[in-house]
Write a protein that binds this ligand. Structure first.
Ligand code: AN0
Ligand code: CP
Length: 316
């Protein structure tokens, strides 16, 4: 594995899942792999889970980890050939090359701006770091994708599924703020690597980019979608079509006990952070079928498994 930017960087997903299982059982087996290796984590946006779980994953492998809030550094320029006489003090070309001298792995969190769809979907920040850095890049949620989350989600479903081909439903839910599509895009990208029965449900106008939904069943009737589901994965995203807009905050789309009763006693999943009683009712998130805390715990397992792959490639 050269970088970890999308599921396409994974050559053998089955093996990766097996390794994650081993890491969950024995997290301290590989403490020397990352000895004298440094990971720099760059945060252009806030984080709780990604920051702590990726840091912990590095520590479990014996790495040194340096997190940095990029807003505390120089403003970075990503445009090529620009005359840098405005607010940006440093170009990504220098920044990525310089950090590569201090770091063996660079993690990057850079949310979608939700203003310019073409710019966001070019995933410029993470792609440019991958171009100008000389060390592997780990995607800690980019404008388009959140693969550490999706790997975690797949691993969690694999742990809890009771049949070979569970019905997994990705449901849109309301939110007062415009959120990126990255978690939903990435979830679909990883789920499409399985043979699960996959259904996406959302109000009209919330269609995700075709490249992620091709081959998915789309059901605009949420209650119909929930029927016989084994896993309900809730997430809000803003419109892709009317880019970055909130088209609905209809509370009827919240995940409630009544809707969960339509399922096959489904587990409830969410990547967190979640707005209680907006996205999901207390009774659902606090129920025994809620996997949200375990999911967050598994973030460290997924990150450790990915870092191992990158370090093994570097050491070979
Ligand atoms: C972000 C998002 O929806 O992409 C991060 C989720 C992991 N969520 C919020 O900003 C609330
Ligand atoms: N799920 C997730 O990525 O959470 P954070 O935004 O807190 O990192």
């Amino acid at each position: 594995m050269r970088n970890f930017i999308s599921v396409r960087d994974v050559s053998d997903l089955k093996k990766l899942l097996e390794r994650a299982k081993e890491n969950k059982a024995n997290p301290f087996e590989n403490l020397v792999l990352g000895k004298n290796k440094t990971m720099v984590l760059l945060f252009f946006n806030p984080s709780l889970r990604t920051r702590l779980s990726t840091q912990k994953a590095g520590l479990n492998l014996g790495m040194n980890v340096i997190p940095m809030n990029v807003s505390e550094g120089w403003g970075l320029e990503f445009e090529d050939g620009t005359v840098m006489n405005l607010d940006k003090a440093e170009h990504v070309k220098e920044a990525a090359a310089v950090i590569s001298q201090y770091a063996d792995i660079i993690g990057i969190r850079t949310f979608a701006g939700l203003k310019d769809r073409a710019l966001d979907y070019a995933d410029r920040v993470i792609r440019q770091f991958a171009t100008y850095a000389s060390v592997p890049i780990v995607n800690m949620e980019s404008a388009v994708l959140h693969p550490l989350q999706s790997f975690t989600d797949l691993f969690t479903i694999e742990t809890y599924k009771k049949k070979e081909r569970p019905k997994v439903v990705l449901t849109w839910a309301p939110h007062p703020k415009a959120l990126p599509q990255a978690v939903a895009n990435s979830f679909l990208e990883w789920m499409q690597k399985t043979d699960y029965e996959l259904v996406v449900t959302h109000p009209k106008g919330y269609e995700l980019a075709r490249e992620f939904t091709a081959g998915c069943t789309i059901e605009h009737d949420q209650q119909k979608a929930f029927k016989n589901a084994d896993f309900i994965y809730a997430k809000n995203w803003s419109s892709y079509e009317e880019y970055g807009k909130i088209l609905s905050t209809n509370p009827d789309w919240m995940v409630t006990e009544q809707k969960m009763a339509l399922t096959n006693n489904a587990y409830f999943m969410h990547c967190l952070p979640v707005r209680r009683n907006v996205v999901v009712a207390d009774a659902v998130i606090d129920s025994k079928r809620s996997l949200v805390i375990e999911q967050a715990g598994n973030r460290a397992v997924a990150a450790q498994t990915v870092l191992e792959k990158l370090l093994e490639k570097q050491n070979s």
